[in-house]
Structures are given as structure tokens and as C-alpha cells.
Design a protein around this ligand. Structure first.
Ligand code: A3P
Length: 289
């Protein structure tokens, strides 16, 4: 099946029809944020599920009940996904925690008016690409990726779900009200998970003991999350996600692109990256390695 069959174009980017029917996009558009909401924003495959584990654990001060009893997509629902409508999000107790893959320019009016806190997670686009490549191969609501070259062309041109990685990241890095946005990278979380939990807790106004931070970080390791049926997508029927082809929690490492790219492919993405990111001041860990 092609992009035309499986995707809708919404505000200039592709979104999978199956996950985002028109009524869900309308629901997201009209959603009323509150200033005490917490919003996790990511380009797909950048560490959304990881954050859906960490933030509830920080807010519950290490109580594992939410992450062991509620699937990640209901625990921290995407505002634009079909589940949001049935979850009665308005009545959730404060602080409500949501996720979105929206670009900055796609954000709803109430976001700019009520200014919730945002955690924006970024990941090396080379690894986002590789993670996406495997994900597109196993999810029936996404267009099959084809060869690595073919998929790289689509990724570079933003002809994938939620459009261009470059536009997403640049849009959010140029956002207003940056004091209400915490920027964090997947690479930092891999490098020092405890320190990342501690920074997140600070941003969210939670004072947690070093023991509690250690406990949360331990629960959020790749190995432990892979065993959590509420977070490893094993509840999704195989017809939608075939985890025999590729696990949702697949490798959980930095630099897997080195196992996939030819020299020519790496150079191709590097040259696009250099041009697209030339005016970006943010210091990414992956640029320094
Ligand atoms: P890989 O496919 O590279 O393994 P998202 O949740 O935004 O869709 O991102 C999914 C990616 O995050 C997958 O990457 C997944 O394995 C990784 N991930 C999820 N939880 C993780 C964890 N606790 N530690 C490291 N990586 C994690």
C-alpha cells in the first residue's frame, strides 16, 4: 500500500490514517490545555515510550502502580491519536500528562494561551532513521520502507509520518517561552539515566531522594522496560504490529546506524544534516562523538 492509501496530509505532514482519523485530529485541535499540564513532545522513534515511563514515575514519586497497570498509550495519551477521544482527558487529575508528535507550528491555540510545561526529546536522526526503518517494516498502518536508499530518500524529504525530522527539531528549538521547555536527548539518557531522571524531576518541581531517583532509573532501563507488558507494545495485536519482524523495544542503543549505513548513505545524510542544521546553536551530544 502507498502513502495515498495509508496516510492523511495534516498541516503539511503525513499522519497515519489508522491512528489519526479526522475526528481525532479535530479533538487535538480543539483541546484545552491547562498551565499545569505536562506535555511530552517527540519526533517518532526518539524516545517517546521511554519518557511515558519516566515522567509518570517521577510524578508518582516512584510508585510503580501506573506503569505496571496502565498501557503507555493510556497512561500518557497522544492528544492526536484515536484513543484520546474515549479517555475523558479533561477530567484527569492534575497534573495531566500528555504526549504529542506535533511540530511546533501545528500546536493548538490553547497551547500558546495556557503554556503547559513541555519536555522535548531529541535523538540522533541517523538512529531515528534506523529505528523508523525497522518500525515501518513491522507496523501494518505504515507504508513499507522499501530499500534503505528508498527509505532514506523519504526520510530526508519528510515523506514519512510527521514529516521532516529537521523541521520538527528546528521548529521546537526556536519555540517561544523556552523557560517552560526542557530539551533533552536520547543520548543523554543513555549516557546517564540517573542524571536525566534528576534533571527531569527538577524541571517538574519534584524533590526526590537519590534512592528514589536510582529506583526510577533502574525501572526505566531498556532491559526492564522490555519486560513490562504495559510498555513493550505486546498488547497490540500482531496484525497491527508484528513484533516477530522487529520488536518495538528493539535495541535501545546509540549508534546502530553504523551497522546499517554504507559509507555513501552516511555521507548523503551527513551532507543534508550539515546544510539543514547550519544555523542551529544547540550542542548535540552526537555531533561531538
Ligand atoms: P530502537 O528501535 O533504536 O531500539 P519511540 O518510543 O519514540 O517510538 O522510540 C522507540 C525507540 O526508543 C526504540 O529504539 C526503543 O527501543 C527505544 N527505547 C524505548 N525505551 C527505551 C529504554 N528504556 N532505553 C533505551 N531505549 C529505549
Amino acid at each position: 500500500m502507498t502513502e495515498k492509501d495509508l496516510y492523511t496530509e495534516y498541516k503539511g505532514v503525513y499522519v497515519p490514517k489508522h491512528l489519526h482519523p479526522p475526528q481525532s485530529l479535530k479533538y487535538a485541535e480543539e483541546f484545552e490545555f491547562r498551565p499545569d499540564d505536562i506535555l511530552i513532545v517527540t519526533y517518532p522513534k526518539s524516545g517517546t515510550t521511554w519518557m511515558q515511563e519516566m515522567v509518570p514515575l517521577i510524578m508518582s514519586e516512584g510508585d510503580l502502580t501506573p506503569v505496571l497497570t496502565v498501557p503507555n498509550w493510556d497512561r500518557v495519551p497522544w492528544l492526536e491519536e484515536h484513543r484520546a477521544i474515549v479517555l475523558n482527558l479533561e477530567d484527569r487529575p492534575a497534573p495531566r500528562i500528555f504526549a504529542t508528535h506535533f511540530h511546533y507550528h501545528m500546536m493548538q491555540q490553547s497551547y500558546f494561551k495556557n503554556k503547559p510545561k513541555v519536555i522535548y526529546v531529541m535523538r540522533n536522526p541517523r538512529d531515528v532513521f534506523v529505528s523508523s526503518y525497522h518500525y515501518y517494516g513491522m507496523a501494518s498502518y505504515l507504508v513499507k520502507p522499501g530499500t534503505l536508499d528508498e527509505f532514506l530518500m523519504k526520510f530526508i524529504n519528510g515523506k514519512v509520518m510527521f514529516g521532516s525530522w529537521f523541521d520538527h527539531v528546528k521548529g521546537w528549538l526556536n519555540a517561544k517561552n523556552q523557560d517552560l521547555i526542557m530539551y533533552i536527548t536520547y543520548e543523554e539518557m543513555i549516557w546517564d539515566l540517573k542524571e536525566s531522571v534528576s534533571k527531569l524531576a527538577n524541571f517538574l518541581g519534584k524533590s526526590l531522594s537519590p534512592e528514589l531517583i536510582g529506583k526510577i532509573a533502574e525501572h526505566c532501563t531498556f532491559k526492564n522496560m522490555k519486560q513490562n507488558n504495559m510498555s513493550n507494545y505486546s498488547l497490540v495485536p500482531q496484525e497491527f504490529m508484528d513484533q516477530n519482524k522487529s520488536a518495538f523495544l528493539r535495541k535501545g542503543i546509540c549508534g546502530d546506524w553504523k551497522n546499517h549505513f554504507t559509507v555513501a548513505q552516511a555521507e548523503w545524510l551527513d551532507s543534508v544534516y550539515k546544510e539543514e542544521m547550519k544555523d542551529v546553536k544547540f550542542k548535540f551530544m552526537w555531533d561531538e562523538q
